[in-house]
Design a binder for this molecule. Structure first.
Ligand code: SAM
Ligand code: SF4
Length: 345
């Protein structure tokens, strides 16, 4: 299947009326950091190569998603997507696809930025539109404590390269962690404003080692706002209802220009009712949500000679069953078996 213009044959509509237009693709479960909230310090049992989708298989699913299922936005993630050797090739292929209105899909990357200094320009040339860079602290000790690696300099070099390559707007993702980085959130916001980056603070979700999360100990949106209000003047800003981040305008201060900050309050203010995402894991399982354990096995279909139409139909049937919400606050909630890095955040 090639990148030709066509109307979607099916759309990814669930039984609650939501239509998925945004595809999150995990390109690997491997990573060169060990962020405490995402994976254990010793790492995980990585997927064997033969269980990971090949470049051709990823490309085929991307083409089905855009040409037949109405996908308009693709975000590459992982694990760490920069570790996938064929990333530029996959981005270039995705850029060659055409949505039902005849444009290339919007292409984004979520990355820890290690090695982005060497890849940013080539990725931009391949058609990547923008990047989200994960950075939980600008203090070297705190960064190393959280990620278990002393690589803060690499992240700064990656941010510089992404800005030079025009991969903008650059969003900085930081997970708020009690006792680890909450005291540095104001410094992170000041740094982001000074550099023209949009900071988004994410509430920690139960998707990493089990002992690292509890509902009573996580830092909720309300507390994050109180921390920022100590040093910044915030007013509510308008935002896209499909975007998980609620935005605030930050007034100009003595040492920083005006800008915006976002908070992704996935736990205390779920955005499930407007969620327009569908997900592919690195081993070819389609998931409707980060939470829950339901998966639709597209890899087996790919490897058993199924046609594009069959794969699209099975994808559509799987998406129809998307649950109305993640239910973290429900007493019956059970943490998913896979960690965040094994799903693709
Ligand atoms: N390695 C890349 C990175 O870190 O940007 C991409 C994959 S990572 C799983 C994607 C995003 O998920 C990151 O911004 C990370 O901070 C976030 N994340 C990981 N575990 C999380 C958790 N338990 N709660 C909230 N966000 C989490
Ligand atoms: Fe790796 Fe990203 Fe998970 Fe950190 S959050 S361990 S960078 S996959």
């Amino acid at each position: 299947m090639s990148g030709t213009v066509s109307s979607p044959v099916y759309e990814l509509r669930d039984n609650w009326g939501r239509v998925a237009r945004d595809l999150r693709v995990s390109l690997t479960d491997r990573c060169n950091l060990r962020c405490s909230y995402c994976m254990p310090p010793e790492g995980l049992d990585w997927l064997p190569t033969e269980e990971t989708l090949t470049t051709e298989e990823v490309q085929r699913l991307l083409a089905i998603a855009v040409n037949m299922l109405g996908i308009e936005k693709i975000r590459f993630t992982g694990g760490e997507p920069l570790l996938r050797k064929s990333l530029q090739e996959i981005v270039a292929f995705a850029h060659s696809l055409r949505t039902s209105v005849g444009t290339s899909p919007n292409l984004a990357l979520t990355t820890n930025a290690l090695g982005l200094d060497k890849q940013a320009q080539k990725l931009a040339e391949a058609g990547l539109n923008r990047v989200n860079i994960s950075l939980d602290s600008i203090q070297p000790k705190t960064y190393a404590h959280i990620s278990h690696r002393d690589r803060l300099k690499d992240v700064f070099q990656g941010i510089d390269a992404a800005q030079k390559a025009g991969l903008t707007p650059i969003k900085i993702n930081a997970v708020a962690l009690r006792g680890a980085n909450e005291n540095g959130l104001n410094a992170l916001l000041r740094f982001s404003l000074q550099r023209g980056l949009q900071l988004r603070i994410i509430e920690q979700m139960p998707l990493g080692p089990r002992e690292t999360w509890s509902r009573s100990n996580m830092v909720p949106e309300q507390e994050i706002l109180e921390i920022f209000s100590e040093q910044f003047t915030l007013t509510t800003a308008s935002y896209d209802p499909h975007s998980p981040a609620r935005l605030w305008n930050v007034a100009e201060g003595e040492d920083h220009p005006a800008g915006q900050v976002g908070i992704i309050a996935s736990v205390t203010r779920p955005f499930c009712t407007t969620c327009d995402r569908t997900r592919l894991t690195a081993d070819g399982q389609m998931r409707t949500c980060l939470f829950g354990n339901a998966e639709t096995d597209l890899r087996s279909l790919l490897r058993s000679g199924a046609s594009d139409e069959e794969i699209a139909r099975v994808w559509q049937e799987g998406m129809a069953l998307k649950k109305p919400g993640h239910g973290i606050d429900d007493p019956s909630f059970v943490q998913p078996e896979r960690y965040m890095s094994e799903i693709g955040g």
